[in-house]
Design a binder for this molecule. Structure first.
Ligand code: PMP
Length: 451
């Protein structure tokens, strides 16, 4: 059996359909077969390595093939690999639920499990509407989100998101959300602070709530960073205003922490920075340190109580299930991940890593084709522009793809979102590795913007 990149990629391209890709690109764009990973590095079959600057779509927290997490999974696999979670329970899920309740903002006292992030969003949407129905208010069936928010790819989650690129082919299939203006600080007027802009943009949300609250089940937001639309960052005051308004108008607040949870933004959960407790919090991705799919929805006890009824009122029960709900292997991966977060005092340790990232990106601030360098904790984004401050490159030019290709040739796995190059590295990245990332990113941007 041949063991080089070319043979694996030929076999792959004959049978695999890859996610989020135009497969025809692979007529000229190399498919990279990964042989193994260690720490922040991924290795291919030709012996080249790549620094995983984006944590494999933001899931990895402590590096690839992390021994503690791998060991816990292996031990659990020999004991109990899976059991259905209806009518049965197991030690890992009980321990994990207790810990998540303790770690998340006060008032989130109950956990429902799913397997992927999109499924967690579906659970929260369904549960929110079902709650209102159980309370005799079945008319509350619509959702509000922010312009440029993203919540996943299943029909329900995609429908209530706002990224045209992913939605355009499926418009006729959706239950569409109402869209409030984004507080994304990149859109602020010159001289306007992020907080002032967030307050100004909140007027649009307030107007939707005032007009439609009788029909609204919930508002769903990506807190602080709208990741998929290009790491668009906003001030926490928006979340405080939103929490208060949702209370006033009797509309649930669903906070989608799938991408930003577990320390990405500088606090364990992003909504801590606004000091709020949402009605629902969706978690996935980093929950298992990037090892296995698992998703959790945390919710307030009164919501749970609205479903708790005599069996004869069966329509009150939440009859939602996924086969792999609460998989024990994924739960022990999550427990090991939480141990590492605690033992390594990761929130504190990441402050220093975030400073290294800021320093490494500093020279890019003056680049003639960089409109903005923005950062929120362990997420740093560099907005490439045709002309400063804000004229974008046409998407057809695929400047981000040129950055990606350059990175591949220079040991860095960067996967820009359109014209936005970003770093969201695992929490084991060293100062030296971040310096490499800074150097290669600067060269890659020079290369991609040279004409
Ligand atoms: N919500 C957010 C904020 C996300 O970033 C993502 C994934 N990128 C999802 C939901 C969907 O998660 P999954 O891909 O696991 O379905």
């Amino acid at each position: 059996m041949s063991r080089n990149n070319r043979s694996w990629s030929e076999r792959d391209l004959a049978v695999v359909w890859h996610p989020c890709s135009q497969m025809k690109d692979h007529e000229w764009l190399p498919m990279v077969p990964i042989s193994h990973g260690e720490g922040p590095w991924l290795y291919d079959f030709d012996g080249r390595r790549y620094l995983d600057a984006i944590s494999s779509w933001w899931v990895n927290l402590f590096g690839h093939a992390q021994l503690r997490i791998a060991g816990r999974i292996a031990a659990q696999a020999r004991r109990l690999e899976h059991v259905l979670l209806a009518g049965a329970t197991h030690q890992p899920i009980i321990e994990l639920s207790e810990r998540l309740v303790k770690l998340t903002p006060p008032g989130l006292d109950r956990v429902f499990y799913a397997d992927i992030g999109s499924a967690a969003v579906e659970v929260a949407l369904k549960m929110s509407h079902h709650y209102w129905r159980n309370m005799g208010r079945a008319g509350k069936r619509r959702f509000v989100t922010l312009a440029n928010d993203y919540h996943g790819e299943t029909l329900g989650a995609l429908g209530i998101g706002d990224i045209a690129l992913y939605k355009q082919a499926y418009g006729s299939l959706f239950h569409e959300a109402l869209i409030a203006p984004s507080p994304d600080a990149w859109q602020a007027q010159p001289g306007e602070s992020a907080a002032a802009f967030a307050r100004r943009q909140f007027a649009g949300m307030e107007a939707i709530l005032a007009r439609h609250h009788e029909d609204l089940a919930a508002v769903i937001v990506e807190p602080l960073v709208q990741c998929a639309s290009g790491m668009r960052m906003y001030h926490p005051v928006y979340l405080s205003l939103l929490r208060a308004a949702c209370e006033r108008y009797e509309v649930h607040l669903i906070v989608d922490e799938i991408a930003v949870g577990f320390g990405r933004t500088g606090t364990l959960f992003a909504c801590e920075q606004a000091g709020i407790t949402p009605d629902f919090m969706c978690l996935s991705k980093g929950l298992t340190g990037g090892f296995l799919p698992l998703a959790a929805v945390l919710l307030r006890e009164p919501i749970y109580q609205a479903f708790y009824a005599d069996y004869r009122q069966i329509e009150r029960a939440f009859l939602h299930s996924h086969s792999y709900t609460g998989n024990p292997l994924a739960c022990v991966a999550a427990l090991a991940t939480l141990d590492l977060i605690e033992e390594q005092d990761i929130i504190h340790a990441n402050r220093e890593r975030a400073r290294w990232m800021a320093a490494a990106a500093e020279p890019l601030r003056e680049h003639p084709h960089v409109g903005e360098v923005r950062q929120c904790g362990m997420i740093l984004a560099i907005e490439m522009v045709q002309t400063r401050p804000r004229t974008p490159y046409p998407w057809q030019e695929r400047r981000g793809l040129q950055v990606f290709r350059y990175g591949l040739e220079h040991e860095c796995w960067l996967r820009p979102l359109g014209n936005v190059v970003y770093w969201m590295p695992p929490y084991v990245v060293t100062e030296e590795q971040i310096a490499l990332l800074g150097k290669v990113t600067a060269q890659a941007i020079d290369h991609a913007t040279r004409d």
